[in-house]
Ligand binder design. Structure first.
Ligand code: URA
Length: 251
């Protein structure tokens, strides 16, 4: 394949931008600067753009972003900062979009992909890929929440929720972790309002069997490995929620 086409498939740059980058000596193939966009490259070549190796285009590309406060989950927005602005240039790809939404004031694990089918697999309630959120409540946790949520709550506007699980974080006042199988608008906040409490802070800490890595800082973004992509799709393990609650004590 031509070098400029290979780079265009693998990055967010246009062919004409890439031709300029190549001609200005910013691209190397196997450690040699090349200045001709039309040269042929193969699967085994190591191609660097501005000194950084570029990962070959894959049909399913998935990033994990530690979403900070104050960003909206949209590809573009006329008024607000979007999560797309947090993706470093070397991880940008054509067609990337956020998998579902976190509210502007929710932090934590957000996925971005270029693959609509993969996104659907992660979001469709019938695929049972659980989403785990840690919350700080305005009022003390009450034991009856677990039973109320397990029965499937009805929200103030009549919306029915699928059964959900919740556990308090021992020793940390007014904190709890909830596990949902679906992602309705403001769902955690509205569920906790329906049981008479109020969510002050909300963070997504895991999707399926994949946790928010403890070495990431808000705003950090990493490329998911194939193993991590499989972890996302692991069926729910009944002990996983308790393990996440234990982790919250150290986080
Ligand atoms: N539930 C909410 O209320 N907000 C989020 O951002 C995610 C789940």
């Amino acid at each position: 394949m031509r070098l400029d086409k290979w780079l265009s498939d693998a990055t967010n740059y246009t062919r004409s931008q890439l031709k300029q980058l190549i001609r200005s000596g910013q691209v190397s193939v196997n450690n040699c600067i090349v200045k001709r966009p039309e040269i042929a490259v193969s699967q085994t070549d190591i191609i660097c753009l501005q000194g950084k190796p570029v990962t070959a285009a894959v049909s399913c590309y998935c990033l994990l972003l530690y979403k900070p406060l104050g960003y909206v989950c949209a590809v573009t927005d006329a008024a607000e900062k979007t999560v797309m602005e947090l993706i470093p240039p070397d991880l940008q790809r054509k067609g990337l979009f956020p998998v579902g939404r976190l509210d502007k004031d929710t932090t934590g694990l957000l996925l971005l992909t270029n693959d609509g089918a993969f996104s659907h697999t992660l979001l469709a309630p019938k695929r049972h890929i659980s989403k785990y959120y840690r919350m700080q409540l305005a009022r003390p946790y009450e034991v009856q929440y677990a039973e109320q949520l397990a029965a499937g709550l009805t929200l103030a506007d009549g919306t029915h929720c699928l059964p959900a699980e919740i556990l308090p974080v021992p020793e940390i006042q007014q904190e709890a972790v909830i596990c949902l199988q679906e992602g309705k608008y403001h769902q955690v906040r509205r569920m906790m309002a329906a049981v008479g409490n109020h969510v002050e802070q909300l963070q997504r800490i895991a999707i399926g069997g994949l946790c928010l890595p403890s070495d990431l800082q808000p705003g950090d973004c990493v490329l998911l490995t194939a193993v991590q992509m499989e972890q996302l799709q692991q069926p729910s393990d009944p002990t996983w929620l308790s393990m996440l609650v234990e982790r919250c004590k150290e986080w």
